[in-house]
Design a protein around this ligand. Structure first.
Ligand code: ACM
Length: 686
């Protein structure tokens, strides 16, 4: 026995030693461009002596990170600067060659050298070394990593309006963004749910518009959507003082991250209008959603706010929102109509475009550039504007083809408020899905965009909207590890990407984060697709025609008429082309089995998605008939899921017994809530 074990151990050892270097993994996220393994290894000492030719601020930034990395365990061992005469174990050298942010990392028996054309490249080389060292342990195999980003813009957006997060939370996330070579932090500072930045000229914004008498966004949203004064005993919310903003911007800068502020306009501005009703078309608080574009005071307000914002944020880009303007009040507002007449604007889209053009002129006059959500294309894009494409890729493609730059952040790949796994176990999320694999599969600039458009794609960004995200832990759960997928999409060349390998690296990275007190989604215990969706069904109804007494919505037709008997069950996501949907109606369906058959089970699955207005039917009546005229009711199955149950859920409405018939009828009764959907994935007859 013992001999057999010995033999096995020796065999394993031989296999391990003879492993081809090509099979070694660096463990680095995002995957580097080129990895060449060498001979021998570097043994990590207890402290790593280093020397750098960085000087001044760049050196101070590097040293600050090195000092913090010891406390936060962001590097395996502490750093110590080599004194004169010492041979440093790590050299960080500037060179004249290489693309911005690129680096070369050489690990040899005798020491480690990082070479880069700029301080950002040296920093990224150090981040790669940190991950490589954790992955390898104290003995790092000799290797050369040559690396550069695919895209210049690799971003993360955090919505702090719906739920406020303090500056310490933001800084903790910046540490991770930098580790994964993300270099833009887009700070969504204002929205209808709360204003979050101190503006000296308008103190009411942070004395009033930053506070709600509801701790939770959804309670506020489904409540009266009012604000309160900061000294109200029920006040919840918060804002960043200008000093705090400066602190975060500086912290980010030292991590080679640019902070891009977003000041929403002209929509998503309820909090401004509640504070300054004179900026609303109606002149009243709590009525309109958009700023009045006919009113010169609106421009005075925006320019005053932006002037202070520009003072605080050195970023080239200022994000002005521009998404989802309601535009309803403009059509009837005398001032907006006068503006349209005077400026020759044919509709409200052009009116919004007028505002964006004017704001762009203002920003350009201050040496800044305008960035906005893809709705700023409507009514004509401002000449120098950059588009952030969120409703799919189309906006970004249109902008790029028109010679504008674009950042790709399509919701179906990049929205981190979407659910990432089995929604019956996950914390609240928006009623849509982006798994780690889906985020990873994104290509912001496929060749199919054309040679003219591809260079206009600046990069990619993951967005965390926080309607459903009320705590810092929950925010981290939504961000990580999906932001690692966005990081790799933004940095690594498509040919270097491999989901299986990435997934392995992610599991290690998640454990690493957990050990440091972060709360990433526990990817190793992910459920993955809905189990029912993985196994095709074969039963008496499979392939049989369905007679639709109630036609399904063309918006959720799934695979059309054959969908409910095609043997394919739905995944978690009602938009997966397997779930069929009906809006505001009972659903009456008949399956024709072709001949009278003995049946013992009839059922269908339904789902409830509170935030998507998808409801369980009030009840499902199940009946059979031999002639298609007279039906015998077998069961009326009542719903037991409460209307206000907010977690997505799935349940079967079924009957089990003994019966005979050719026609099987299911009647799902709508729950009466206007605007409500019913979704069914498959009818099962056994
Ligand atoms: C957005 O999601 N409204 C940009």
């Amino acid at each position: 026995m013992k001999l057999r074990y010995l033999f096995f151990a020796v065999a394993l050892f031989v296999v391990a030693c003879s492993q081809s270097p090509d099979n070694l993994s660096t463990g680095i996220i995002p995957a580097p461009q080129q990895v060449t393994w060498g001979e021998g290894a570097f043994r990590m000492p207890r402290t790593l002596t280093y020397a750098t030719d960085l000087a001044g601020q760049d050196k101070a930034d590097l040293t600050a990170w090195m000092n913090r990395s010891a406390a936060g365990r962001f590097f395996l061992v502490p750093f110590v600067e080599a004194v004169e005469g010492d041979v440093p174990a790590l050299r960080l050298r500037l060179s004249d060659e290489g693309a911005p942010e690129s680096y070369r990392l050489d690990v040899a028996h005798s020491g480690i050298t990082i070479t880069a054309p700029d301080a950002a490249g040296l920093f990224y080389g150090l981040q790669s070394l940190a991950q490589l060292a954790e992955h390898s342990g104290k003995r790092i195999p000799a290797v050369t990593v040559e690396d550069a980003p695919r895209f210049a813009y690799r971003g993360f957006m955090l919505d702090v309006s719906r739920h406020f997060r303090d500056k310490e939370f933001v800084k903790r996330q910046l540490d991770l963004l930098a580790r994964y070579k993300l270099n833009r932090f887009h700070w969504h500072l204002t929205d209808g749910a709360g204003w979050r930045i101190e503006i000296r000229k308008y103190p009411e914004l942070t004395d009033f518009a930053a506070w709600r008498p509801y701790p939770c966004y959804t309670e506020w949203y489904y409540g009266d959507r009012h604000y309160c004064r900061r000294d109200d005993s029920a006040a919840e919310g918060g804002y960043y003082t200008q000093d705090e903003i400066r602190e975060v911007v500086e912290y980010a800068r030292a991590l080679h991250i640019t902070v891009i502020p977003e000041i929403e306009m002209p929509g998503h501005s309820e909090e401004v209008l509640a504070t300054y009703p004179q900026l609303a078309c109606s002149g009243k608080p709590y009525v309109d959603k958009d700023l009045c574009i006919g009113n010169e005071q609106t421009f005075e307000f925006l320019e005053n706010v932006l002037s202070e914002v520009i003072e605080l944020f050195p970023s080239e880009y200022i994000h002005i929102g521009g998404d989802e303007a309601d535009k309803a009040s403009w059509a009837t507002c005398p001032r907006c109509r006068a503006r349209m007449r005077h400026e020759g604007l044919k509709d409200v889209d052009e009116l919004q475009s007028y505002l964006v053009h004017r704001v762009e002129i203002f920003l350009n006059s201050k040496g800044r550039r305008l960035l906005g959500w893809d709705e700023i294309l409507q009514g004509g894009l401002a000449p120098d504007a950059t588009v952030m494409s969120w409703r799919g890729l189309e906006g970004g493609i249109a902008a790029a083809r028109a010679g504008h730059q674009a950042v790709m952040t399509p919701n179906n790949y990049c929205y981190l408020d979407y659910c990432q796994d089995d929604p019956t176990r996950e914390p609240p999320a928006a009623a849509a899905f982006v798994t780690l694999e889906k985020a990873y599969s994104f290509d912001p600039a496929p060749d199919s965009l054309g040679a003219e458009a591809v260079p206009m794609i600046l990069g990619v960004q993951g967005n965390l909207w926080c309607e459903h995200v009320s705590t810092g832990e929950h925010a981290e759960h939504m961000m990580w590890p999906r932001l690692m997928a966005i990081a790799e999409v933004g940095w690594s060349l498509p040919e270097r990407k491999d989901y299986g390998d990435f997934h392995t690296r992610v599991l290690d990275a998640v454990a690493w984060m957990q050990e440091r007190g972060y709360h990433p989604f526990d990817q190793k215990n992910a459920v993955g697709p809905r189990p029912e969706s993985l196994e095709p069904v074969q039963c008496l109804s499979t392939g049989k025609p369905v007679i639709y007494h109630t036609p399904y919505s063309p918006k959720y037709a799934a695979a059309g008429d054959g969908s409910l008997t095609d043997g394919l069950r739905g995944d978690w996501n009602y938009g997966d082309q397997r779930w069929q949907g009906w809006l505001d109606t009972d659903v009456d369906l008949i399956v024709d089995l072709g001949e009278s058959l003995f049946v013992k089970h009839i059922a269908a699955d339904f789902m409830q998605g509170f935030y998507a207005d998808i409801w369980m039917p009030r009840a499902v009546e199940i009946s059979v008939s031999d002639d298609g005229g007279h039906y015998t009711t077998l069961a009326t199955v009542k719903n037991d899921v409460p209307f206000d149950f907010r977690q997505d859920c799935y349940r079967e409405f079924g009957w089990t017994g003994e019966a005979r018939g050719r026609y099987i009828r299911l009647k799902a009764l709508h729950n009466g809530h206007s605007g409500g959907w019913i979704f069914i994935d498959e009818i099962i007859v056994e």
